[in-house]
Design a protein around this ligand. Structure first.
Ligand code: ADQ
Length: 496
Protein backbone atom coordinates (compact mmCIF):
# COMPACT_ATOMS: atom_id res chain seq x y z
CA UNK A 1 0.00 0.00 0.00
CA UNK A 2 1.37 3.43 -0.92
CA UNK A 3 0.11 7.00 -0.66
CA UNK A 4 -1.66 6.88 -4.00
CA UNK A 5 -3.41 3.57 -3.33
CA UNK A 6 -4.57 4.81 0.07
CA UNK A 7 -5.88 8.02 -1.51
CA UNK A 8 -7.87 5.92 -4.01
CA UNK A 9 -9.18 3.65 -1.26
CA UNK A 10 -10.40 6.59 0.81
CA UNK A 11 -12.00 8.28 -2.21
CA UNK A 12 -13.82 5.06 -3.07
CA UNK A 13 -15.08 4.55 0.47
CA UNK A 14 -15.92 8.20 1.08
CA UNK A 15 -17.67 8.44 -2.32
CA UNK A 16 -17.39 12.18 -2.61
CA UNK A 17 -18.23 12.96 1.01
CA UNK A 18 -15.87 15.15 3.00
CA UNK A 19 -12.86 13.78 4.87
CA UNK A 20 -12.13 15.77 8.04
CA UNK A 21 -9.25 15.05 10.38
CA UNK A 22 -9.29 16.60 13.87
CA UNK A 23 -6.45 16.82 16.37
CA UNK A 24 -5.13 19.16 18.98
CA UNK A 25 -1.67 19.54 17.44
CA UNK A 26 -1.43 21.17 14.03
CA UNK A 27 0.84 19.69 11.38
CA UNK A 28 2.37 23.08 10.48
CA UNK A 29 2.99 26.08 12.73
CA UNK A 30 3.71 29.62 11.57
CA UNK A 31 6.06 31.44 13.93
CA UNK A 32 7.29 35.02 13.93
CA UNK A 33 11.05 35.43 13.84
CA UNK A 34 13.52 38.20 13.08
CA UNK A 35 13.41 37.38 9.36
CA UNK A 36 9.58 37.47 9.18
CA UNK A 37 7.50 34.29 9.42
CA UNK A 38 8.92 30.78 9.46
CA UNK A 39 7.05 27.49 9.12
CA UNK A 40 7.74 24.61 11.53
CA UNK A 41 6.83 20.93 11.87
CA UNK A 42 6.27 19.88 15.50
CA UNK A 43 8.09 16.84 17.02
CA UNK A 44 5.02 14.70 17.43
CA UNK A 45 4.44 11.06 16.65
CA UNK A 46 0.82 11.74 15.85
CA UNK A 47 1.67 14.39 13.23
CA UNK A 48 4.42 12.24 11.74
CA UNK A 49 1.91 9.45 11.20
CA UNK A 50 -1.07 11.45 9.96
CA UNK A 51 0.55 13.89 7.57
CA UNK A 52 1.22 11.27 4.83
CA UNK A 53 -2.39 10.10 5.06
CA UNK A 54 -4.03 13.49 4.66
CA UNK A 55 -1.58 14.32 1.90
CA UNK A 56 -2.83 11.22 0.14
CA UNK A 57 -6.53 11.82 0.73
CA UNK A 58 -6.89 15.61 0.62
CA UNK A 59 -9.61 17.09 2.84
CA UNK A 60 -9.40 19.33 5.89
CA UNK A 61 -7.30 19.05 9.04
CA UNK A 62 -8.76 20.94 12.01
CA UNK A 63 -6.35 21.74 14.85
CA UNK A 64 -5.45 24.30 17.49
CA UNK A 65 -3.61 27.26 15.96
CA UNK A 66 -0.68 27.49 18.37
CA UNK A 67 1.93 29.38 16.33
CA UNK A 68 2.63 33.07 17.05
CA UNK A 69 2.02 33.99 13.39
CA UNK A 70 -0.77 31.49 12.71
CA UNK A 71 -3.49 34.14 12.56
CA UNK A 72 -1.51 36.27 10.12
CA UNK A 73 -1.57 33.68 7.37
CA UNK A 74 -5.10 32.22 7.54
CA UNK A 75 -8.16 33.46 5.62
CA UNK A 76 -11.43 34.78 7.12
CA UNK A 77 -12.54 31.17 7.79
CA UNK A 78 -9.28 30.47 9.64
CA UNK A 79 -8.05 28.27 6.80
CA UNK A 80 -4.76 27.91 4.96
CA UNK A 81 -3.54 25.43 2.35
CA UNK A 82 -0.56 23.27 3.33
CA UNK A 83 2.13 21.83 3.12
CA UNK A 84 3.77 25.15 2.29
CA UNK A 85 5.97 23.81 -0.52
CA UNK A 86 3.21 21.75 -2.22
CA UNK A 87 -0.34 22.37 -0.95
CA UNK A 88 -2.36 19.16 -0.75
CA UNK A 89 -5.00 19.82 1.90
CA UNK A 90 -6.60 22.56 4.01
CA UNK A 91 -5.57 23.32 7.59
CA UNK A 92 -8.35 24.99 9.59
CA UNK A 93 -7.23 26.50 12.86
CA UNK A 94 -9.18 26.69 16.14
CA UNK A 95 -8.13 29.59 18.37
CA UNK A 96 -7.81 29.16 22.13
CA UNK A 97 -7.20 31.74 24.83
CA UNK A 98 -4.27 31.27 27.24
CA UNK A 99 -6.74 30.21 29.92
CA UNK A 100 -8.32 27.62 27.64
CA UNK A 101 -4.93 26.28 26.57
CA UNK A 102 -3.92 25.97 30.22
CA UNK A 103 -7.02 24.14 31.38
CA UNK A 104 -7.53 21.91 28.36
CA UNK A 105 -4.00 21.18 27.09
CA UNK A 106 -1.65 21.63 30.05
CA UNK A 107 -4.34 20.72 32.57
CA UNK A 108 -6.64 17.83 31.67
CA UNK A 109 -4.81 16.49 28.60
CA UNK A 110 -1.28 16.46 29.94
CA UNK A 111 -1.54 16.51 33.72
CA UNK A 112 -4.61 14.29 34.04
CA UNK A 113 -5.13 11.95 31.07
CA UNK A 114 -1.48 11.52 30.01
CA UNK A 115 -0.24 10.27 33.42
CA UNK A 116 -3.52 8.39 34.05
CA UNK A 117 -3.13 6.37 30.83
CA UNK A 118 0.62 5.80 31.01
CA UNK A 119 0.89 4.49 34.58
CA UNK A 120 4.52 5.44 35.19
CA UNK A 121 3.97 6.47 38.82
CA UNK A 122 3.46 10.15 38.05
CA UNK A 123 0.28 11.08 39.83
CA UNK A 124 -2.54 12.54 37.71
CA UNK A 125 -3.89 15.91 38.80
CA UNK A 126 -7.64 16.57 38.96
CA UNK A 127 -9.18 20.04 38.68
CA UNK A 128 -12.89 20.59 38.17
CA UNK A 129 -12.28 24.00 36.63
CA UNK A 130 -9.91 22.45 34.07
CA UNK A 131 -12.46 19.74 33.27
CA UNK A 132 -15.05 22.41 32.50
CA UNK A 133 -12.57 24.12 30.19
CA UNK A 134 -11.73 20.77 28.55
CA UNK A 135 -15.43 20.26 27.86
CA UNK A 136 -15.78 23.79 26.45
CA UNK A 137 -12.78 23.40 24.17
CA UNK A 138 -14.11 20.06 22.87
CA UNK A 139 -17.29 21.96 22.03
CA UNK A 140 -15.24 24.54 20.11
CA UNK A 141 -13.70 21.75 18.02
CA UNK A 142 -17.20 20.36 17.50
CA UNK A 143 -18.40 23.72 16.15
CA UNK A 144 -15.43 23.86 13.78
CA UNK A 145 -16.14 20.36 12.43
CA UNK A 146 -19.83 21.15 11.94
CA UNK A 147 -18.96 24.35 10.09
CA UNK A 148 -16.53 22.51 7.86
CA UNK A 149 -18.93 19.64 7.14
CA UNK A 150 -21.84 22.00 6.29
CA UNK A 151 -24.75 19.79 5.42
CA UNK A 152 -22.63 17.32 3.47
CA UNK A 153 -21.98 13.73 4.47
CA UNK A 154 -18.56 13.38 6.07
CA UNK A 155 -16.10 10.99 7.62
CA UNK A 156 -14.51 12.56 10.68
CA UNK A 157 -11.22 11.08 11.86
CA UNK A 158 -10.49 12.24 15.44
CA UNK A 159 -7.11 11.97 17.13
CA UNK A 160 -6.18 11.26 20.68
CA UNK A 161 -6.94 12.03 24.29
CA UNK A 162 -7.38 15.79 23.91
CA UNK A 163 -10.73 15.25 22.19
CA UNK A 164 -12.44 12.49 24.15
CA UNK A 165 -15.75 14.34 24.46
CA UNK A 166 -15.95 15.42 20.82
CA UNK A 167 -17.46 12.21 19.37
CA UNK A 168 -20.58 12.34 21.56
CA UNK A 169 -21.02 16.05 20.80
CA UNK A 170 -20.80 15.39 17.05
CA UNK A 171 -23.04 12.32 17.27
CA UNK A 172 -25.74 14.39 19.00
CA UNK A 173 -25.55 17.24 16.50
CA UNK A 174 -25.16 15.11 13.35
CA UNK A 175 -26.20 11.46 13.81
CA UNK A 176 -25.37 10.75 10.16
CA UNK A 177 -21.62 11.48 10.38
CA UNK A 178 -19.16 8.61 10.41
CA UNK A 179 -16.84 8.97 13.34
CA UNK A 180 -13.52 7.22 13.78
CA UNK A 181 -11.24 7.96 16.72
CA UNK A 182 -7.66 6.82 17.23
CA UNK A 183 -6.24 6.85 20.75
CA UNK A 184 -2.46 7.21 20.36
CA UNK A 185 -1.50 6.44 23.96
CA UNK A 186 -2.12 3.32 26.08
CA UNK A 187 -5.50 2.61 27.65
CA UNK A 188 -4.91 1.68 31.31
CA UNK A 189 -6.50 -1.14 33.27
CA UNK A 190 -9.75 -0.44 35.05
CA UNK A 191 -8.15 -0.05 38.51
CA UNK A 192 -5.98 2.78 37.22
CA UNK A 193 -8.81 4.44 35.26
CA UNK A 194 -11.41 4.37 38.01
CA UNK A 195 -9.82 7.22 40.00
CA UNK A 196 -10.75 9.71 37.26
CA UNK A 197 -13.62 11.78 38.70
CA UNK A 198 -15.20 12.27 35.25
CA UNK A 199 -14.71 8.72 34.02
CA UNK A 200 -18.31 8.14 32.96
CA UNK A 201 -18.53 11.35 30.97
CA UNK A 202 -15.24 10.57 29.21
CA UNK A 203 -16.37 7.04 28.29
CA UNK A 204 -19.73 8.31 27.10
CA UNK A 205 -17.87 10.78 24.89
CA UNK A 206 -15.77 8.05 23.30
CA UNK A 207 -18.78 5.79 22.81
CA UNK A 208 -20.17 8.38 20.38
CA UNK A 209 -17.70 6.93 17.83
CA UNK A 210 -18.41 4.28 15.21
CA UNK A 211 -14.86 2.98 15.48
CA UNK A 212 -12.41 3.48 18.32
CA UNK A 213 -8.86 2.34 17.62
CA UNK A 214 -5.87 1.57 19.83
CA UNK A 215 -2.37 0.43 18.88
CA UNK A 216 -2.58 -3.03 20.42
CA UNK A 217 -5.21 -5.58 21.41
CA UNK A 218 -4.24 -5.32 25.07
CA UNK A 219 -5.43 -1.69 25.15
CA UNK A 220 -8.69 -2.72 23.44
CA UNK A 221 -9.22 -5.35 26.15
CA UNK A 222 -8.53 -2.80 28.88
CA UNK A 223 -11.04 -0.41 27.31
CA UNK A 224 -13.77 -3.07 27.08
CA UNK A 225 -13.25 -4.02 30.74
CA UNK A 226 -13.23 -0.38 31.83
CA UNK A 227 -16.55 0.29 30.07
CA UNK A 228 -18.15 -2.86 31.44
CA UNK A 229 -17.30 -1.92 35.00
CA UNK A 230 -17.97 1.82 34.74
CA UNK A 231 -20.92 2.74 32.58
CA UNK A 232 -24.28 1.36 31.52
CA UNK A 233 -23.87 -0.32 28.14
CA UNK A 234 -23.84 -3.71 26.41
CA UNK A 235 -20.32 -4.99 25.92
CA UNK A 236 -20.07 -7.61 23.19
CA UNK A 237 -16.76 -9.46 23.64
CA UNK A 238 -17.42 -11.73 20.70
CA UNK A 239 -17.43 -8.98 18.11
CA UNK A 240 -15.53 -6.41 20.13
CA UNK A 241 -18.19 -3.73 20.09
CA UNK A 242 -20.07 -1.76 22.70
CA UNK A 243 -23.69 -0.62 22.49
CA UNK A 244 -24.69 2.53 24.26
CA UNK A 245 -27.92 4.13 23.16
CA UNK A 246 -28.43 1.66 20.30
CA UNK A 247 -25.52 2.39 17.95
CA UNK A 248 -22.38 0.27 18.36
CA UNK A 249 -18.81 1.45 18.80
CA UNK A 250 -16.39 -1.05 17.27
CA UNK A 251 -13.18 -1.44 19.28
CA UNK A 252 -10.20 -2.39 17.11
CA UNK A 253 -6.41 -2.53 17.22
CA UNK A 254 -4.49 -0.73 14.46
CA UNK A 255 -0.72 -0.72 15.09
CA UNK A 256 0.53 2.57 13.70
CA UNK A 257 3.67 2.81 11.60
CA UNK A 258 5.82 5.13 9.49
CA UNK A 259 6.30 6.07 5.84
CA UNK A 260 8.96 3.40 5.30
CA UNK A 261 9.97 4.20 1.70
CA UNK A 262 10.06 7.95 2.23
CA UNK A 263 12.31 7.60 5.29
CA UNK A 264 14.51 5.01 3.55
CA UNK A 265 14.98 7.33 0.55
CA UNK A 266 15.41 10.53 2.55
CA UNK A 267 18.04 8.83 4.69
CA UNK A 268 20.23 8.53 1.60
CA UNK A 269 19.65 12.15 0.49
CA UNK A 270 22.15 14.99 0.25
CA UNK A 271 20.33 16.84 3.03
CA UNK A 272 20.77 13.93 5.42
CA UNK A 273 24.44 13.68 4.40
CA UNK A 274 24.88 17.39 5.19
CA UNK A 275 23.20 17.00 8.59
CA UNK A 276 25.38 13.97 9.25
CA UNK A 277 28.54 15.98 8.53
CA UNK A 278 27.29 18.82 10.70
CA UNK A 279 26.64 16.55 13.70
CA UNK A 280 30.01 14.84 13.31
CA UNK A 281 31.71 18.24 13.14
CA UNK A 282 29.88 19.36 16.26
CA UNK A 283 30.73 16.19 18.20
CA UNK A 284 34.25 15.82 16.80
CA UNK A 285 35.45 13.23 14.26
CA UNK A 286 36.53 10.96 17.12
CA UNK A 287 32.93 10.00 17.77
CA UNK A 288 32.81 7.91 14.60
CA UNK A 289 35.60 5.73 15.94
CA UNK A 290 33.34 4.75 18.84
CA UNK A 291 30.22 2.59 18.96
CA UNK A 292 27.40 5.11 19.12
CA UNK A 293 24.33 4.45 21.24
CA UNK A 294 21.64 6.97 20.34
CA UNK A 295 18.31 8.11 21.72
CA UNK A 296 15.81 10.40 19.95
CA UNK A 297 12.94 11.60 22.11
CA UNK A 298 10.76 14.39 23.34
CA UNK A 299 11.85 15.04 26.91
CA UNK A 300 9.03 13.26 28.69
CA UNK A 301 9.03 11.26 31.91
CA UNK A 302 7.42 8.33 30.05
CA UNK A 303 10.37 7.91 27.67
CA UNK A 304 12.82 6.48 30.21
CA UNK A 305 15.69 8.86 29.35
CA UNK A 306 17.25 9.08 32.85
CA UNK A 307 16.95 5.30 33.11
CA UNK A 308 18.98 4.82 29.91
CA UNK A 309 21.67 7.28 31.04
CA UNK A 310 21.92 5.39 34.33
CA UNK A 311 22.18 2.04 32.52
CA UNK A 312 24.91 3.46 30.26
CA UNK A 313 26.74 4.70 33.36
CA UNK A 314 26.46 1.25 34.95
CA UNK A 315 27.77 -0.42 31.80
CA UNK A 316 30.81 1.88 31.93
CA UNK A 317 31.35 1.01 35.60
CA UNK A 318 31.09 -2.73 34.91
CA UNK A 319 33.24 -2.71 31.75
CA UNK A 320 36.16 -0.31 32.06
CA UNK A 321 37.68 -1.94 28.96
CA UNK A 322 35.12 -0.17 26.74
CA UNK A 323 35.96 3.32 28.02
CA UNK A 324 36.78 5.53 25.06
CA UNK A 325 35.10 3.05 22.70
CA UNK A 326 31.44 4.02 23.19
CA UNK A 327 29.37 7.22 23.09
CA UNK A 328 25.79 7.91 24.13
CA UNK A 329 24.26 10.50 21.79
CA UNK A 330 20.90 11.84 22.96
CA UNK A 331 18.72 14.12 20.82
CA UNK A 332 16.16 15.55 23.20
CA UNK A 333 13.33 17.90 22.27
CA UNK A 334 11.99 19.98 25.19
CA UNK A 335 8.26 19.41 25.52
CA UNK A 336 5.37 20.70 27.72
CA UNK A 337 7.83 22.79 29.73
CA UNK A 338 5.01 24.77 31.41
CA UNK A 339 4.34 21.65 33.50
CA UNK A 340 6.39 21.17 36.65
CA UNK A 341 7.00 17.42 36.14
CA UNK A 342 8.53 18.24 32.75
CA UNK A 343 10.76 21.02 34.12
CA UNK A 344 11.89 18.59 36.82
CA UNK A 345 12.94 15.92 34.37
CA UNK A 346 14.83 18.53 32.31
CA UNK A 347 16.82 19.61 35.36
CA UNK A 348 17.34 16.04 36.46
CA UNK A 349 18.74 15.09 33.08
CA UNK A 350 21.23 17.96 33.06
CA UNK A 351 22.53 16.91 36.47
CA UNK A 352 22.68 13.25 35.52
CA UNK A 353 24.57 13.83 32.28
CA UNK A 354 27.07 16.10 34.09
CA UNK A 355 27.58 13.50 36.78
CA UNK A 356 28.14 10.60 34.36
CA UNK A 357 30.52 12.64 32.22
CA UNK A 358 32.39 13.87 35.27
CA UNK A 359 32.81 10.30 36.49
CA UNK A 360 34.18 8.78 33.28
CA UNK A 361 35.42 11.42 30.86
CA UNK A 362 39.04 11.83 29.78
CA UNK A 363 40.76 14.55 27.80
CA UNK A 364 39.92 12.81 24.53
CA UNK A 365 36.55 11.30 25.34
CA UNK A 366 33.15 12.57 26.57
CA UNK A 367 30.85 9.57 27.05
CA UNK A 368 27.46 11.32 26.92
CA UNK A 369 26.62 13.92 24.28
CA UNK A 370 23.30 15.60 24.94
CA UNK A 371 21.88 17.63 22.03
CA UNK A 372 18.89 19.42 23.47
CA UNK A 373 16.49 20.84 20.91
CA UNK A 374 13.83 20.23 18.37
CA UNK A 375 16.00 18.98 15.53
CA UNK A 376 14.83 19.02 11.95
CA UNK A 377 13.78 15.85 10.12
CA UNK A 378 17.13 15.41 8.33
CA UNK A 379 19.08 15.76 11.55
CA UNK A 380 16.93 13.02 13.10
CA UNK A 381 17.62 10.81 10.06
CA UNK A 382 21.34 11.58 10.29
CA UNK A 383 21.33 10.52 13.94
CA UNK A 384 19.81 7.17 12.87
CA UNK A 385 22.67 6.76 10.40
CA UNK A 386 25.21 7.49 13.14
CA UNK A 387 23.56 5.19 15.68
CA UNK A 388 25.15 1.72 15.84
CA UNK A 389 22.64 0.97 18.58
CA UNK A 390 19.34 2.81 19.04
CA UNK A 391 17.89 3.04 22.53
CA UNK A 392 14.11 3.18 22.97
CA UNK A 393 13.59 2.68 26.67
CA UNK A 394 10.10 4.08 27.34
CA UNK A 395 8.52 3.18 30.66
CA UNK A 396 5.25 2.96 28.73
CA UNK A 397 4.48 4.00 25.14
CA UNK A 398 1.42 3.47 22.93
CA UNK A 399 3.61 2.51 19.95
CA UNK A 400 6.85 4.55 19.58
CA UNK A 401 7.61 5.61 16.05
CA UNK A 402 11.28 6.33 16.66
CA UNK A 403 11.93 2.56 16.72
CA UNK A 404 10.26 2.10 13.32
CA UNK A 405 11.94 5.19 11.85
CA UNK A 406 15.35 3.78 12.82
CA UNK A 407 14.59 0.48 11.11
CA UNK A 408 13.40 2.31 7.95
CA UNK A 409 16.54 4.48 7.87
CA UNK A 410 18.63 1.28 7.88
CA UNK A 411 17.17 -0.11 4.65
CA UNK A 412 20.24 0.52 2.49
CA UNK A 413 22.62 -0.78 5.12
CA UNK A 414 20.85 -3.42 7.24
CA UNK A 415 23.04 -3.12 10.27
CA UNK A 416 22.51 -1.72 13.75
CA UNK A 417 20.87 -2.96 16.93
CA UNK A 418 17.54 -1.80 18.32
CA UNK A 419 17.27 -1.97 22.09
CA UNK A 420 13.57 -1.68 22.80
CA UNK A 421 11.45 -1.41 25.91
CA UNK A 422 9.01 -4.28 26.33
CA UNK A 423 6.42 -1.69 27.39
CA UNK A 424 6.10 -0.10 23.95
CA UNK A 425 3.48 -1.10 21.41
CA UNK A 426 6.41 -1.37 18.95
CA UNK A 427 7.82 -4.34 20.89
CA UNK A 428 4.87 -6.43 19.62
CA UNK A 429 5.82 -5.71 16.00
CA UNK A 430 9.64 -5.63 16.17
CA UNK A 431 10.40 -9.01 17.62
CA UNK A 432 14.03 -8.94 16.52
CA UNK A 433 14.84 -6.02 18.76
CA UNK A 434 16.60 -6.71 22.05
CA UNK A 435 13.78 -6.28 24.54
CA UNK A 436 14.45 -4.64 27.90
CA UNK A 437 12.62 -3.73 31.07
CA UNK A 438 13.62 -0.07 31.53
CA UNK A 439 12.85 -0.20 35.26
CA UNK A 440 15.60 -2.80 35.63
CA UNK A 441 18.76 -0.71 35.19
CA UNK A 442 21.06 -3.70 35.67
CA UNK A 443 19.36 -5.76 32.98
CA UNK A 444 19.43 -2.75 30.67
CA UNK A 445 23.17 -2.28 31.25
CA UNK A 446 23.71 -5.97 30.44
CA UNK A 447 21.69 -5.68 27.24
CA UNK A 448 23.58 -2.53 26.22
CA UNK A 449 26.80 -4.49 26.62
CA UNK A 450 25.33 -7.47 24.73
CA UNK A 451 24.50 -5.08 21.86
CA UNK A 452 28.11 -3.89 21.85
CA UNK A 453 29.31 -7.49 21.61
CA UNK A 454 26.77 -8.76 19.07
CA UNK A 455 28.48 -10.14 15.98
CA UNK A 456 27.95 -8.63 12.54
CA UNK A 457 25.93 -11.46 11.07
CA UNK A 458 23.42 -11.57 13.93
CA UNK A 459 23.02 -7.79 13.77
CA UNK A 460 22.39 -7.92 10.02
CA UNK A 461 19.93 -10.82 10.28
CA UNK A 462 17.89 -9.19 13.00
CA UNK A 463 17.83 -5.83 11.24
CA UNK A 464 16.87 -7.39 7.89
CA UNK A 465 13.89 -9.11 9.48
CA UNK A 466 12.77 -5.87 11.14
CA UNK A 467 13.12 -4.00 7.84
CA UNK A 468 10.85 -6.56 6.22
CA UNK A 469 8.31 -6.14 9.00
CA UNK A 470 8.14 -2.34 8.73
CA UNK A 471 8.16 -2.42 4.91
CA UNK A 472 5.10 -4.68 4.96
CA UNK A 473 3.28 -2.56 7.55
CA UNK A 474 3.68 1.12 6.75
CA UNK A 475 1.58 4.04 7.88
CA UNK A 476 -0.43 3.65 4.66
CA UNK A 477 -1.29 0.07 5.63
CA UNK A 478 -2.39 1.44 9.00
CA UNK A 479 -4.65 4.00 7.28
CA UNK A 480 -5.97 1.36 4.88
CA UNK A 481 -6.77 -1.04 7.71
CA UNK A 482 -8.83 1.66 9.43
CA UNK A 483 -10.64 2.56 6.20
CA UNK A 484 -11.44 -1.10 5.44
CA UNK A 485 -12.88 -1.43 8.92
CA UNK A 486 -15.06 1.60 8.20
CA UNK A 487 -16.16 0.05 4.91
CA UNK A 488 -17.36 -3.06 6.77
CA UNK A 489 -19.74 -1.06 8.95
CA UNK A 490 -21.03 1.35 6.32
CA UNK A 491 -24.52 0.77 4.99
CA UNK A 492 -24.32 -0.72 1.46
CA UNK A 493 -23.95 2.14 -0.95
CA UNK A 494 -21.25 3.96 1.04
CA UNK A 495 -21.40 7.08 3.19
CA UNK A 496 -24.31 8.62 1.30
P1 ADQ B 1 5.15 10.54 20.87
O1 ADQ B 1 5.03 10.34 22.33
O2 ADQ B 1 5.43 11.92 20.41
O3 ADQ B 1 3.86 9.99 20.09
P2 ADQ B 1 6.86 8.81 19.10
O4 ADQ B 1 5.91 7.82 18.53
O5 ADQ B 1 8.18 8.23 19.42
O6 ADQ B 1 6.34 9.53 20.40
O7 ADQ B 1 7.10 9.95 18.02
C1 ADQ B 1 7.97 11.03 18.21
C2 ADQ B 1 8.23 11.75 16.87
O8 ADQ B 1 8.93 12.96 17.13
C3 ADQ B 1 9.08 10.93 15.92
O9 ADQ B 1 8.66 11.15 14.60
C4 ADQ B 1 10.49 11.49 16.11
O10 ADQ B 1 11.33 11.42 14.96
C5 ADQ B 1 10.21 12.94 16.48
N1 ADQ B 1 11.22 13.41 17.45
C6 ADQ B 1 11.54 12.87 18.65
N2 ADQ B 1 12.53 13.56 19.25
C7 ADQ B 1 12.85 14.55 18.41
C8 ADQ B 1 13.81 15.60 18.48
N3 ADQ B 1 14.65 15.76 19.51
N4 ADQ B 1 13.84 16.47 17.45
C9 ADQ B 1 12.99 16.32 16.40
N5 ADQ B 1 12.08 15.34 16.27
C10 ADQ B 1 12.01 14.47 17.27
C11 ADQ B 1 2.55 9.52 20.49
C12 ADQ B 1 2.56 8.29 21.39
C13 ADQ B 1 3.37 7.18 20.75
C14 ADQ B 1 2.84 6.86 19.35
C15 ADQ B 1 2.65 8.13 18.54
C16 ADQ B 1 1.90 7.85 17.24
O11 ADQ B 1 3.08 8.61 22.67
O12 ADQ B 1 3.34 6.00 21.54
O13 ADQ B 1 3.76 6.02 18.67
O14 ADQ B 1 1.92 9.13 19.25
O15 ADQ B 1 0.68 7.21 17.50
Amino acid sequence: MDAEALGQLVSRIAEGSKFILVSNREPWLHERDTMGIKVLRPASGMVTALEPIIRATGGTWIAHGAGSADRLVTDHKDRIEVPPEKPAYVLKRVWLSKKEENGYYYGISNQTLWPLCHIVYTRPRFSREDWEIYRRVNQRFCDAVLEEAGSDPAIVFIQDYHLALLPRMLRTARPDLFLIHFWHIPWPNCEAFRILPWGEELLDGLLGNDILGFHIQYHCNNFMDTVERTIESRVDYEQFRIFRGGRPTHIRSFPISVDFHQIANDSESQRTRKSYDRIVKELGEGVLGTTVYAGVDRIDYTKGIPERVKAFDLMLKLHPEIHGKVTLLQLAAPSRTHIEDYRDINDKLDDLVDEVNWRHQTEEWTPVRFLRGHHDYYTVLASYKIADILLVTSLHDGMNLVAKEYVSARKKNPDGVLLLSQYTGASRDLQDALLVNPYDIEQMADMMYASFCMDNSERAERMSRMIKQVRRNTVYDWGAKIMRELEKILPTGGVR
